[in-house]
Design a protein around this ligand. Structure first.
Ligand code: ATP
Length: 338
């Protein structure tokens, strides 16, 4: 099991990671997300032993690293997968996977599982991006790592390939039965592939929870905005704290961090329905056509802006007046009004 306690990491006098705590189950996949520069790669590097830590400790199976007790990267049994694949260009698929490997049996298993048999003698230059990343993953897993760290493994691939490869990688990690930390900039990838999501901001873990909880009960407005489109609708929380009354109707609510009385309700674009209505709640500010859907920004008469996603068949123009209603039946997060 991987256990990180009170971990802090600094570059010179600048603290990059502050007081990080988490542990990962046997085959758990943690998706690490956060704005650029918030410290995601720094965490991976600290876990892999590529940079020293300034406080706290990291424990994995049979080693424990602290600021005073550095454990060399080669003693950690941590596998890394990078966005640029990091394959040796002069070696074939098989030679890349066999590199520095004592037991070739495990390599053969991953060559089969990841569908690399026919590419065994190909050089990286002749492989597609997706194939290269499968080779890199096979090479990592062939070493039987105790933990795998993936730093944006799909960011150099096109959208169609990303979608299938993310599932291949997830399945391979589950089959290997290792804990993994996967850094991504893709919200959809984080929500669909992870067992849990860690949302990092400025070196601090703001929320560590299941994808569902991070999305529907974000610990803060920052997390709400980071994991998808978020509008905040003013309302009043009932005395029993279970319902919020708004200009668009009432909705079941979950108060976040002791919110009470005057609140802002988190509205996702699919929580609302929209209809043309000359006496409605506001007007359309802009619209984006998305193929299967249309995405509208609606300016309410109290100046609040809410975003709504509806079927592409629902065609309205900027300036048209509309009414909105809350159609969700699940509770919506309510934050204390600022
Ligand atoms: N070797 C270094 N020396 C000094 N500062 C560094 C070094 N490497 C990274 N940093 C700083 O540490 C902070 C965190 O960087 P890091 O690469 O971990 O962020 P990240 O969340 O992975 O960003 P991105 O999403 O853009 O990849 C940044 O402010 C960066 O400038």
């Amino acid at each position: 099991m991987l256990k990180v306690s009170n971990l802090s990491v600094s570059y010179g006098n600048t603290r990059i990671i502050r007081n990080l705590n988490f542990s990962l189950g046997e085959d758990e996949i943690l998706m690490l997300v956060g704005p650029t520069g918030c410290g995601k790669t720094t965490i991976l590097q600290a876990l892999a032993g590529l940079i020293p830590i300034s406080e706290g400790q990291i424990c994995l199976d049979n080693w424990r690293a602290t600021p005073d007790r550095f454990v060399q990267p080669e003693k950690r049994n941590v596998g890394m997968v990078f966005q640029d694949f990091a394959l040796f260009p002069h070696l074939s698929t098989e030679q890349n996977i066999y590199f520095r490997l004592k037991n070739k049996e495990l390599a053969e298993r991953w060559i089969q599982v990841l569908g690399l048999e026919e590419l065994r003698h190909a050089r990286p230059a002749t492989l597609s991006g997706g194939q290269k990343q499968r080779v890199a993953l096979a090479r990592t897993l062939a070493h039987n790592p105790a933990c795998v760290l993936l730093d944006e493994p799909l960011s150099n691939l096109d959208a169609a390939l990303k979608d299938s490869l993310r599932w291949e990688i997830r399945n391979a990690l589950k089959e290997a039965g290792v804990p993994a930390i996967w850094v991504t900039h893709d919200q959809e990838e984080a929500l669909s592939v992870g067992d849990r999501i860690g949302v990092l901001n400025n070196g601090v873990l703001c929320q560590l929870d299941t994808p569902e909880n991070c999305f529907s009960e974000p610990a803060s407005r920052f997390v709400a905005r980071f994991l998808g489109e978020a509008s905040f609708l003013p309302g009043r929380l009932s005395d029993d704290q279970k319902t919020v009354h708004t200009t668009l109707g009432e909705a079941p609510a979950i108060p976040i961090n002791d919110a009470s009385d005057q609140v802002d309700l988190l509205i996702r674009p699919d929580d609302l329905s929209l209809q043309q209505d000359s006496t409605g709640h506001g007007h359309i500010s802009w619209v984006r056509y998305e193929g299967g859907a249309r995405f509208y920004a609606v300016q309410l008469d109290d100046d609040t802006e809410v975003k709504v996603r509806v079927s592409h068949e629902h065609r309205l123009e900027p300036g048209e007046r509309v009414s909105l209603s809350i159609i969700t039946t699940h509770p919506l997060a309510a934050y204390a009004k600022r």
